[in-house]
Design a protein around this ligand. Structure first.
Ligand SMILES: [Zn+2]
Length: 153
């Protein structure tokens, strides 16, 4: 049954046994999948890795081996670590933006409560509101430093 050989056995030009370790994970219709994994890890190492795992985890392992092998082929220096560290950078950047936005919200909330605390001095409150509006407009145009520093004048 030559036509029934899996991609690995076809690639290795050998008979595909009924209990072939590669057969469920490297189908003959996707020869590139095995070729990629074989190039990076070697067929015997892949077979050993799959055999050491419980059968229900082998499909996931084969998928991750393929992903890692593809990453290593595309990026010989960093492989999938390059993708991981790029994602870490993105997470760090987004966390910084989130912290900054939360700080801005806290400042705006505290400023919004200020007029209520000084209701007795209506003229002063009105003046502060005027300054606040000017500061918000300025902060939208020029950034936060203008907004924060002029608030304490
Ligand atoms: Zn096979």
């Amino acid at each position: 049954m030559i036509s029934g050989r899996c991609a690995a056995c076809k690639y290795l030009r050998r008979r595909c046994p009924s209990d072939c370790i590669f057969s469920p994970y490297f189908p003959s219709n996707n020869p590139q999948r095995f070729a990629c994994v074989h190039r990076i890890y070697g067929a015997s190492n892949v077979a050993k890795m799959l055999q050491q795992l419980p059968a229900h985890l082998r499909a996931e392992a084969a998928n991750s081996l393929y992903y890692e092998a593809q990453s290593r082929t595309q990026d010989p220096v960093y492989g999938c670590v390059g993708v991981i560290s790029l994602l870490h950078q993105q997470i760090h950047s987004v966390e910084s933006q989130l912290a900054k936005t939360e700080a801005e919200i806290a400042v705006l909330n505290s400023l919004a409560q200020e007029p209520a605390q000084i209701q007795e001095h209506e003229v002063e409150a009105a003046f502060n509101n005027f300054l606040l509006e000017q500061d918000i407009i300025a902060s939208r145009r020029f950034g936060h430093s203008t907004y924060i520093s002029s608030n304490f004048i």
